[in-house]
Design a protein around this ligand. Sequence first.
Ligand code: ADP
Ligand code: MG
Length: 322
Amino acid sequence: MNEKYLEIRNITKVFQTPEGGEVRALDDVSLDIASGEFFILLGPSGCGKTTLLRSIAGLEYPDSGEIVLQGERIDDKPPYERPVNTVFQSYALFPHMTVSANIAFGLEMENVDKDEVTTRVTEALAQVRLEGYENRMPSQLSGGQQQRVALARALAKKPKVLLLDEPLSALDLKLRRGMQVELKRLQRETGITFVFVTHDQEEAMSMGDRIAVFSEGKIVQLDTPVEVYRRPVNAYVADFIGETNLIKGTVVAGGISLPGGNILPTDQLAEDSVIPASGDVTVAIRPEDLVLATNGMIGGTVKDVIFTGDSVRVHVAVGDVE
Ligand code: ADP
Ligand code: MG
């Protein structure tokens, strides 16, 4: 496996806003993506994910930095000379063309041999499990099926990197979960390097080999899903990934002083916690790491109990924090 298959080196992109201001969409972003990796760009709306994806595709040109694929710079090339393909949230199928014609179109544009086009269309339809839909028009397909056609169209071109910009966000939750499993399978089977953008942390956790967590044009943390969840580098990541209790406290002898006169002993903290000698800190506690007890370590008052089906959420007020 080539660890530096796709290299993003010090990419900066500043947009001028119509109001005369500036937005630093990408601020000196660097990362390496391995061959065959399912790589996730995660962050809230407006943090620069799409700008990075469009820069890789050649739909946007960064102000500075380099994009290197298999050791070769591609950032100065036009989009059609880059061996990458993009799947967008909107499927952007040609409405007047059949499923087959939609998939074949890009290949015909590249003058791919006729028999080869037929072979690749058949193969791509099988990959997305749409055999038998060759002659349907896009309007005769569900949203999920249209998204599969869009995927098949991208896969048929056999890209070195497949870029996916929130491709599932228009689907309802159940369909989205199903497609997440399908996409994982497709990526494994084809071995194509996927760069997948999402603002949905659960989607990122369940699909990614690695996740780059973005905030305001910068990478805050780049790690495996387990590492990002267990060892968030700061409160922003802890809060963004999964659910967490962020409680402000103060370092005291033997532990952390929390609201309501509670002391959290040092031996209860994660082994690699960074504890300053004194001063204010934020303690992040995952709900599943807490056990309710009538005579527990941290005193609090139960405010609410909410049954959600697979779990029960208990809201506890600790001191003046709820
Ligand atoms: P994301 O995909 O993470 O939601 P984007 O990459 O689309 O974020 O946008 C990052 C920032 O750059 C946002 O503040 C957005 O408003 C701004 N931006 C994106 N494209 C343009 C543009 N063409 N002109 C001006 N500002 C833009
Ligand atoms: Mg976006």
